[in-house]
Ligand binder design. Sequence first.
Ligand SMILES: [Zn+2]
Length: 309
Amino acid sequence: MSELPDGREMDVVAQGPREKRAGMLVIAFGLLTTAVMMSVVFLMNAAGFDAMNIYVFVLFPLGALIVGIFAGSGYGLGSWWTGAKIGGTLLVLVLVWQFLAFFAAQFVEYLALKANMNPPLSFWQYFDSSTRGFRLENGPPLGIWGYGLRLLQITGFTLGGLLGSLLLMTQPYCEQCQMYRKTKQLGVMPAGIKPRKVKKKNAAEQGAMQAEAEEAFSGGLQLMEETAEMAQSGDTKTFCELMQELKAQKKEINKQSTRLTVSVEFCPACHAGRLIYKTMQGHGDETIVQELATYQVGPAFVREVRVTM
Ligand SMILES: [Zn+2]
């Protein structure tokens, strides 16, 4: 135990081993999905479908990329389940394992073919001849240029494997509890007007509509500040009641030109969280969503909102 400046005590050593174990689990999950995926590729290959050698736009290694994404998905899933954050070290390990997995798969392929080789080749001889034998579509074997294609293939596979991990690195995370934060949608608030057709030439009517829209938006901002105040001051009951009321008007609110969405992002363990308000403008494919403001909220609020809403 060591003491923090403000007198609280903190168990410093407790974090270390747990982090290490969780990190190892992430690797284990990743190796498992890699093994499963490479077996699938091997079986498809035996059936005459060479997934690792599918290119689009001549040189883009789409097949290797997709195989890599599936193979490496376990690293991301493992991180999500165990809460072990993927940082620099883990990311490098994923990269190295993915790279090794590529050659392991090649080696298995070699072993399967070895019995029928006459004369028998060493692994590197086999790798060299299959690389030089690469063709672009139905062209002649590429020879030494096959290594260029091989490089693209390895890059696609390795980077595909990193994708899941990179995706998780952008997710909100509670450092203290070593867990990914969750997000819960709470509702939508009015901040605009129902669009209506006004002739461009009708300047007076255009101006009136503009003024109405501005007023509605400042009304939305006020509602945001009021609800955030409720959440922060512990008046969760009023907050939830208001959100329920708004839920009943959801259909009408969603027709408005501008709405505000409210969500809470929180740690499932310590329940520290923040309210996130976003503006939503337009409809359908042309909807624009932008973060407007965030407010820190306490665990009591988060717990209650999780149960009530
Ligand atoms: Zn936490």
